[in-house]
Design a protein around this ligand. Sequence first.
Ligand SMILES: [Zn+2]
Ligand SMILES: [Zn+2]
Length: 266
Amino acid sequence: MPLIKSNVHTHTTFCDGKNTMEEMVQAAIAAGFDTLGLSFHSYTAFDPSYCIRDYLAYMKEFERLKAKYADKIYLLNGVELDLYGERPSVCDYVIGSVHYLKEDGRYYPVDHSARGFKMLVDRVYAGDCYAAAERFFAEVKELAQNVRPDVFGHFDLITCFNSEGFFSEEDARYKRAALSAAENLSPGSVVEINLGRVFRGTGGMYPSPWLVRELNARGCRFMLSSDAHKCEALGYMFDETCRQLKSLGVRSLVRYKGKELVDIEL
Ligand SMILES: [Zn+2]
Ligand SMILES: [Zn+2]
């Protein structure tokens, strides 16, 4: 059994996930979870390619599965709300995420492809990756002030394609922008340790280890998160990541157990 028995960052075929909601629920039960949160991508009219399309059908299926599997797992109805997305009228929790840089009324995705990211940096920021990072973290600050999510999603997603060497996290400008967003968080804010990229094999966890230390020093709390787009991602590397976090000085994590947020000692 894993130490952390829940995940609340879960996508399904109702948005850009590869598995149905029921397949994800069954996979979570098989993984030994007692709680699973479903979190569709909020609707963004400027980019409907990856987000929720049929909210009513989604809710109907959620209620059906919640009742069907009630004796095996507790299901939470959440959302991954983009800074520029539409907030659903009812939900159990909100993961707040920045996926786009907004410039001159246009929205540019930062995580669609490395090629797309390079084009964005070249065209909008004249090749200056650090200017893109500064804009990204300014939006993370906006998220904290205006959206006030229950959980902050992939805090440094701007590093998405950095295995291709776009910029250095050691750079003073980058550090200043990231730390400014970290300092802007209220004490006790919950930041997810997002393992989506680890599962895909294209990089490490979000946030980067140095930033986890900085957030930890500023009193943030952390929640493990699969950001699962398929069944196999649920709980992937959870125990290993717990050990890594402990070595970074993190003493405990929070997780949803049913509707409650509980502390788990590492
Ligand atoms: Zn996301
Ligand atoms: Zn996600």
